[in-house]
Design a protein around this ligand. Structure first.
Ligand code: ADP
Ligand code: MG
Length: 317
């Protein structure tokens, strides 16, 4: 009886899922129990080549295994009281997002090429390491790099500016290059192992969407792309909740001056990201090398804009 009650941890342990089906599920990007738990029977039916009722049973077992039930309001409040904030080193930017990049949340930086997404991601990977009284979490960073734009030299510059030892700072940033969207999803799952061992305060995914965009071209492939992206974000959100850390993702979009107050992310997987990100910031270039960040929607912060700069020392007002 005790054995029966033991928690399911792997896909293979779900009733109705053997090694062959587990393999098919993983190949389709369903890497965790959570990803199954939030899927629809039709999706699972198709990728695993099984009947719809079996698919539904598998999903229900995954849901049971994930404890996806009700939580008391006071428990949520208690958890929210643990939220930490990482300074961006721009007071304006911090103020816009309520004090810094929040843990237990996904923050999305979107904007066109050169708008400062990668620079902000580098800054956060450095400042997360600062002591709490200086705006950090005294924890390291995981950096999933899809565009090969991570620059250790830049980390050195930024850490020197904060009187941090550049070598130590670099040692606390675990960088992985993602070669395609499946690899990227796998790295997000692997990131969880690393967070268990070490002490990670932020996981950066720069860029979240580039592989997905490149691999799923054309209208017909939009739905599967969004589903996969959705699962990826779900994995990340789960890690953010479990380990009280921040997720910082970037999303490159075309500038669309014609619809400035509309949704400029319309073109690129914006929808799914939009619904899962807690903070969405639209970055754009301004006069004199300055940048503008606009908070697009957040559950508990007013919309607004601020100016910031990118200098050799990093992000500043
Ligand atoms: P993206 O949004 O495409 O990721 P980046 O974050 O890479 O954009 O921003 C690139 C811009 O950052 C450059 O065009 C430059 O203006 C600025 N930048 C990069 N490195 C430095 C530096 N060492 N000193 C000052 N500005 C820099
Ligand atoms: Mg970039």
């Amino acid at each position: 009886m005790v054995e029966d009650m033991e928690k399911i941890k792997n896909l293979e342990e779900l009733p109705g899922v053997g090694p062959a089906i587990a393999e098919k599920l993983r190949e389709a990007g369903y890497l965790s129990l959570e990803s199954i738990a939030v899927a629809t029977p039709i999706e699972i039916k198709e990728v695993a080549d099984i009947g719809e009722s079996t698919a539904a049973k598998i999903i229900n077992s995954a849901r049971d295994a994930c404890d996806m039930g009700f939580v008391r309001g006071d428990e949520i409040l208690e958890k929210r009281m643990q939220i930490g904030r990482i300074t961006t080193y721009s007071n304006n930017f911090n103020h816009l997002i309520g004090g810094g990049v929040e843990t237990q949340a996904i923050t999305e930086l979107f904007g066109e090429f050169g708008s400062g997404k990668t620079q902000l991601a580098h800054q956060v990977a450095v400042s997360v390491q600062l002591p709490k009284e200086l705006g950090g979490l005294e924890r390291g960073a995981i950096y999933i790099d899809t565009e090969n734009t991570f620059r250790p030299e830049r980390i050195q510059q930024m850490s020197e500016a904060l009187d941090l030892d550049p070598t130590e700072t670099l040692k606390n940033i675990h960088v992985a290059r993602a070669y395609n969207s499946d690899h990227q999803m796998l790295l997000a799952e692997k990131a969880e192992d690393l967070t268990k061992e070490g002490d990670i305060g932020v996981i950066v995914v720069d860029s979240l969407t580039s592989h997905f965009r490149a691999e799923y071209i054309g209208r017909g492939t939009l739905a599967p792309r969004q589903q996969k992206l959705n699962r990826h974000l779900h994995t990340l959100q789960k890690i953010a909740d479990l380990y009280n850390l921040s997720i910082l993702v970037t999303n490159q979009v075309m500038a669309r001056p014609d619809m400035f107050f509309g949704d400029p992310t319309q073109a690129v997987g914006g929808h799914v990201v939009g619904h899962q990100a807690t903070f969405r910031l639209y970055l754009r270039k301004s006069k004199g090398g300055k940048r503008i960040a606009r908070l697009v929607d957040s559950p508990n912060m007013p919309e607004g804009e601020c100016l910031f700069r990118i200098i050799e020392a990093g992000i500043r007002d």
